[in-house]
Write a protein that binds this ligand. Structure first.
Ligand SMILES: C[S@@+](CC[C@H](N)C(=O)[O-])C[C@H]1O[C@@H](n2cnc3c(N)ncnc32)[C@H](O)[C@@H]1O
Length: 295
């Protein structure tokens, strides 16, 4: 069944309200994007829990999907009336029925972390069968290896795990870091996440990869010290979790922090310097990895 797609130009001040009104009035979906995406004027916007983003792009586009028989002109007019704005300019197109699973899968290729470490979706043949291949499919939990924050941690693991280290992955998401650590030879490994769905995904992904990490919610984390603690979360939780994370690192052990924007690096490094001898930050696409050795 094909659908009708309206691409609507919207003032940033009204884009969110108009998208909501379109949904209320019968659109199947309504997403907002940067009208300048893919150009030099593209405007990245990052949000943090507890710091809601009240800003949209200066030029926004709403992509709204409607059934084949919907009177799109009438619906957009009604939504505009709801928002008390003039009927916006829009273009109408058709979205044909496709094999959506295949289309989605075609967007995920194997990711090379290093010569010996690859992240490969299950439907792909591994590019190098002799390498360490993590089989991970995109799912509901964060962590497919494509995001710079994850990649920075995987590169650290690849360069630093020698064998037998105990590892805590705090904010494990898909479990990718814990699983990579185990595949690289780490010893007892624990993964923690506040999201029960992430814990479930980590358990499933570990089984898929033939390793058996111990994953759970934060309350299940017992006092104990690890050789390596990884936390790819975001600056705000990392600010608050410093003391807790430090308490789980052995003297001489390592902390690896990611999910930090480049401009937040100095501040976060100063916080963790209370417990760790911090090392120079490493940057990738505007994101930062911080590492330190526990005193
Ligand atoms: C950016 S994802 C990282 C996932 C994975 N470790 C990776 O590197 O790709 C952050 C994860 O941290 C979890 N998280 C956020 N705040 C947390 C907290 N205070 N305690 C535990 N987990 C948290 C989120 O649910 C999410 O799964």
């Amino acid at each position: 069944m094909p659908w009708q797609q309206a691409t609507i130009q919207a003032d940033s001040a009204i884009a969110e309200k108009l998208a909501d009104a379109l949904m209320d009035i019968g659109a199947l979906s309504a997403t907002i994007e940067d009208a300048l995406a893919g150009t030099a004027e593209e405007q990245p916007i990052f949000g943090e829990p507890g710091e809601p983003v009240d800003q949209l792009w200066s030029h926004s586009l709403i992509n709204a999907l409607f059934t084949e028989d919907a009177d799109v002109a009438l619906l957009i007019t009604a939504a505009a009336n709801d928002c008390r704005i003039a009927v916006p300019q829009y273009q109408l197109g058709r979205v044909e029925e496709q094999d959506w699973v295949r289309l989605t899968q075609s967007q995920f290729d194997p990711i090379r972390i290093s010569d010996r470490l690859w992240i490969t979706p299950t439907w792909h043949v591994s590019p190098d069968p002799s390498a360490i291949n993590l089989q991970l499919d995109p799912g509901l939990a964060f962590g497919t290896g494509s995001h710079p924050t994850t990649r920075l941690c995987l590169q650290w693991l690849d360069g630093n795990i020698q064998g037998g280290e105990t590892v805590l992955d705090y904010g494990c998401g898909s479990g990718i870091l814990a699983i990579a650590a185990m595949k690289l030879g780490a010893g007892a490994t624990r993964g923690i996440d506040i999201d029960a769905q992430a814990v479930r995904a980590s358990i499933d992904n570990a089984a898929q990869n033939g390793v058996s990490g111990d994953f759970g919610l934060p309350y299940s984390l017992q006092p104990g010290e690890y050789d390596v603690v990884l936390a790819n979360i975001l600056a705000n939780p990392l600010r608050m979790l410093g003391e807790l994370l430090a308490s789980h690192v052995k003297t001489g052990g390592k902390i690896v922090l990611s999910g930090i924007l480049a401009e937040q690096a100095d501040e976060l490094s100063a916080i963790y310097a209370q417990w760790f001898d911090m090392e120079p930050a490493v940057f990738d696409e505007g994101w930062t990895r911080l590492t330190g050795r526990k005193r």
